[in-house]
Design a protein around this ligand. Structure first.
Ligand code: EPU
Length: 338
C-alpha cells in the first residue's frame, strides 16, 4: 500500500508558516519504509520540522517527512556515553532527556527548534557549542544507491553552519536522508559558559558552579527573552550567517564603527555580528509588508501574518542591500530555499 498523499498543504510544516503545497508527500516513521521504490521519485525534498526553510512556491515533487522516533544509550566506556536518536525526535526534548538521564554535553543547544536528523546538516550551534563536536557518526539513507551508509564525524566536514550534506548539495537535491544520529558525550564534563549572555545570566542567578541543568535553564531563559516563539510569531531563527571577513576589512570597519562586535577566528579571519549590522542599517523591528526583522533580535526574520515566500525574498533583498550599502558587507542567508 502506498504511504504517499497528494497535493498536501505545507503551511503548518514550516516554522515561517509560508503557504505552499507539495504534489506528493510521505511521512517516514520507520527505517524500512525508506526501501519503498516509489521514494526514488524526483524531485524530492527531505523535511524535518521546516525550521530552517523558506518555501518560495508550490513544490512539484515528493516531500519526505522524516519522523523516525527512538532514543537510547547504545553503549558506554570509561570516557563517554554513546547515545543514538532517530531523525524525527524533537531536538529540544532529546537534549532535555539526555540531561535527565545524567548525560551532559548538549545543554548549550537547548531550545533550538527542529529535529535530530536536521541538526548535523547545518551543524546547529549556540552559546559556544556546535552539534558536530558531539556527533560520533550518523546513519543516512541514500535514495539513489538505495542503501544505508554510516558517516563518521571526521567525514561530516563540519564547519560554521556547514557540513558535508550542504557542501554536496544533498540538503537540496534530496539525495540523502539522515535516519539516526549517534552522539558521543564525554564523561569528563566541563561547563561551556564563556559566552557573555550565559555568564551574565548565571551571575544574575547567583550561580557560581553551574550544573548542566543550570546552564540549560539559563540558556532557555535567554532564548525565550530574545528570540520569537515560532508558534506565536513564525520565524526560522537567525536568517543570515554571521559574515566572516578578512582581518583588514574588519579593522577598517572597526575603526569606522568601534562598537561593531568582532570575533577573531582561528584562521585569522574575523566573524562580524550580522544582527548588529542589520540593526545599524535601520532594519531592527522594520518590515516590508507582512515580513520584517524581529524587534528584539534583528537577525531573525519574522512573518507577522499572511506573508508568502515572495514577501520573504523581498524583505531579504532589502535587508541585504541596506547592509551592503552602509558597510560593504554581503550577507548570506542561513535557511534553505525550496
Ligand atoms: N546584536 C545587535 N543587534 C541585534 C542583534 C544582535 O547589536 O539586533 C549584537 C549583540 O548585541 C551581540 C552580537 O550582535 O553583540 C551577537 O548577538 P547574539 O549574541 O544575539 O548572537 P548572534 O550572533 O546574533 C548567533 C547564532 C544564533 C545563536 C546565538 C547564540 C548565527 C547566525 N546565529 O546569533 O543561532 O543562538 O549566536 O550563540 O550564528 C540560529 O542559527 O538560528 C541561531 C539562533
Amino acid at each position: 500500500m502506498s504511504l504517499q498523499r497528494r497535493n498536501v498543504d505545507l503551511t503548518g510544516l514550516n516554522t515561517l508558516a509560508l503557504p505552499s503545497r507539495a504534489a506528493c508527500y510521505v511521512e517516514i516513521t520507520t527505517p524500512p519504509q525508506l526501501f519503498a521504490g516509489e521514494l526514488k521519485q524526483a524531485p524530492r525534498f527531505v523535511l524535518g520540522d521546516g525550521s530552517n526553510l523558506v518555501l518560495t512556491s508550490d513544490f512539484d515533487g515528493l516531500v519526505v517527512h522524516m519522523a523516525i522516533a527512538g532514543r537510547q544509550l547504545l553503549s558506554e566506556d570509561t570516557d563517554a556515553w554513546y547515545i543514538r536518536a532517530g531523525a524525527g525526535e524533537n531536538w529540544h526534548d532529546f537534549v532535555q532527556w539526555t540531561l535527565g538521564q545524567g548525560w551532559p554535553g548538549l545543554e548549550n543547544l537547548s531550545l533550538i527548534p527542529g529535529r535530530v536528523g536536521a541538526a548535523p546538516i547545518q551543524n546547529i550551534g549556540a552559546y559556544g557549542l556546535e552539534v558536530g563536536e558531539c556527533v560520533h557518526s550518523l546513519n543516512a539513507w541514500d535514495f539513489e544507491k538505495r542503501c544505508f551508509l554510516t558517516v563518521d564525524r571526521k567525514d561530516c566536514r563540519f564547519g560554521y553552519r556547514d557540513s558535508l550534506f550542504k557542501q554536496e548539495g544533498w540538503h537540496l537535491s534530496g539525495r540523502m536522508a539522515i535516519a539516526s544520529v549517534l552522539f558521543r558525550l564525554p564523561k569528563r564534563w566541563r561547563p561551556k559558559t564563556r559566552y557573555t549572555d550565559v555568564t551574565q545570566e548565571l551571575a544574575a542567578r547567583e550561580i557560581t558552579s553551574p550544573t548542566p541543568r543550570d546552564i540549560a535553564s539559563a540558556i532557555i531563559a535567554i532564548r525565550q527573552r530574545k528570540l520569537p516563539d515560532p508558534a506565536v510569531t513564525p520565524n526560522a531563527g537567525s536568517f543570515f550567517h554571521n559574515p566572516v571577513v578578512d582581518r583588514s576589512i574588519a579593522e577598517k570597519l572597526g575603526s569606522d564603527y568601534p562598537s561593531l562586535p568582532r570575533y577573531p577566528q582561528p584562521d585569522g579571519q574575523v566573524k562580524l555580528a550580522a544582527g548588529w549590522l542589520i540593526e545599524q542599517a535601520g532594519w531592527k523591528g522594520k518590515s516590508l509588508g507582512p515580513v520584517g526583522m524581529f524587534e528584539k533580535q534583528a537577525l531573525v526574520l519574522v512573518n507577522h501574518g499572511g506573508g508568502t515566500g515572495a514577501d520573504v525574498l523581498r524583505t531579504m533583498a532589502a535587508v541585504r542591500a541596506a547592509v551592503h550599502e552602509k558597510f560593504g558587507v554581503a550577507l548570506t542567508p542561513e535557511p534553505i530555499f525550496l
